[in-house]
Design a protein around this ligand. Structure first.
Ligand SMILES: O=C(O)CCC(=O)C(=O)O
Length: 191
């Protein structure tokens, strides 16, 4: 298994387990006026896994229904899930918190990132390769949290290790979507 999307919808009991004092404190610092969860995914990169992730930015949000609102698009719909690229300010005001269940480094699929790339807006696919010379690997200890913005260029290599790399990927935002649009996985957090 490489991923469980809609993690809290699939395993509702995880909500209470993840609602820790440490995560509430972190979110209180990131979003002093309050924020909400917008996406939750479990990722594993099992030992020796061939799964690699090419350089990209996380440009799409999952919404409950399609509604044609200016600034939102392109749209995709796969297996009953509707996703859309929102205006850049929605992405700039989202924070991804990746909770690492296993220690990870370059050998078992730690994310590689391009520092500062989240300030370059949406990078056209053809231009991404030109941005990756300054990439760095984000090693994270077990129990650690890695924070990133969705617009940060990121990728991960195949695993050459015998250790798994399990991550709970949570996206949070303080933004509200315009009338007619709603995050599919939205839920209040703490507070
Ligand atoms: O966990 C990974 O290795 C990749 C995750 C990723 O690229 C993403 O969340 O967009």
């Amino acid at each position: 298994m490489f991923a469980i999307r809609n993690l809290l919808g699939e395993i509702p009991a995880l909500g209470a387990l993840l609602d820790t004092a440490a995560l509430r404190k972190l979110l209180g610092e990131l979003f002093p006026a309050g924020g909400h969860l917008t996406k939750a995914i479990y990722f594993d990169k099992p030992a020796g896994s061939n799964w690699l992730v090419a350089w990209h930015q996380d440009l799409m949000i999952n919404v409950a229904h399609r509604a044609d609102v200016p600034g939102f698009g392109p749209w995709t719909a796969k297996a009953g899930w509707v996703a859309v690229q929102p205006p850049v300010d929605v992405l700039e005001n989202t924070v991804t918190v990746r909770l690492h269940l296993d220690a990870c480094d370059a050998t078992n699929g730690a994310l590689k990132v391009v520092p500062g790339s989240h300030r370059r807006g949406v990078v056209p696919a053809a231009a991404i390769a030109g941005h990756t010379a300054t990439a760095t690997v984000c090693a994270v200890p077990a129990g650690g949290a890695m924070l990133m913005k969705p617009l940060l260029l990121h990728a991960s290599n195949r695993s050459t290790s015998d250790r798994p790399r399990r991550v709970i990927h949570l996206e949070f935002s303080a933004e509200e979507l315009p009338a007619g649009l709603a995050w599919r996985e939205r839920r209040a957090w703490g507070g």
